[in-house]
Design a protein. Structure first.
Length: 169
């Protein structure tokens, strides 16, 4: 599945593919074989093209900070029309009207129920991608308006998983 990241003012095109039990990332047209394992909530052990890396990852709202050795990266999802005020945009892992998948993967758990009130930090959906679990949490007090996925369902990058309606107070 294809998606884009903004890093250093440049948009990078990224595609994730699975072939015969192997994972590949194609970044700006160059393919890499990738094996990723989560070693802590903020760290990943990566084997990319036969080289081993330890990546530390931190999220601050829409920004993702990645440190690999002495290299530092700031990743952001490029703004799209649907992400502008008044649109149906949202960001992975943070509820702002919609909650979207951070990358292609498999829905392994759905905690959101239509009509239920959720609070900031409540778990909504868990997606497994590249051998890691990505938990989408509510960023506000809201009512779950629509759940678009179920456990066992494959999802695309930035696919809407849950729609929320903010609750005052």
């Amino acid at each position: 599945m294809d998606y884009e990241f903004l890093s250093g003012g440049k948009v990078h095109k990224v595609s994730l593919e699975s072939k015969r039990d192997k994972q590949f990332a194609v970044v700006d047209g160059k393919a890499y074989e990738v094996d990723a394992h989560r070693v802590s909530p903020q760290a990943l052990s990566l084997l990319i093209g036969g080289k081993s890396y330890l990546a530390h990852v931190a999220r601050d709202g829409e920004k993702v900070f990645v440190a690999i050795g002495t290299s530092r990266f700031l990743l952001e999802e490029p703004k799209q029309e649907s992400d502008r005020p008044g649109g149906m945009g949202g960001i992975p892992g943070k509820a702002e009207g919609t909650v979207k998948a951070p990358m292609p993967g498999l829905v392994i758990k759905v905690n959101a129920e239509e009509g239920k009130v959720v609070n900031p930090g409540d778990s909504l959906v868990v997606v497994e991608a590249m051998k890691m679990e990505h938990e989408m949490r509510s960023g506000m007090k809201a009512v779950v308006e629509k759940v678009h996925v179920k456990p066992g369902q494959q999802v695309d990058a930035f696919q809407v998983l849950v729609e929320l309606k903010p609750v005052e107070g």
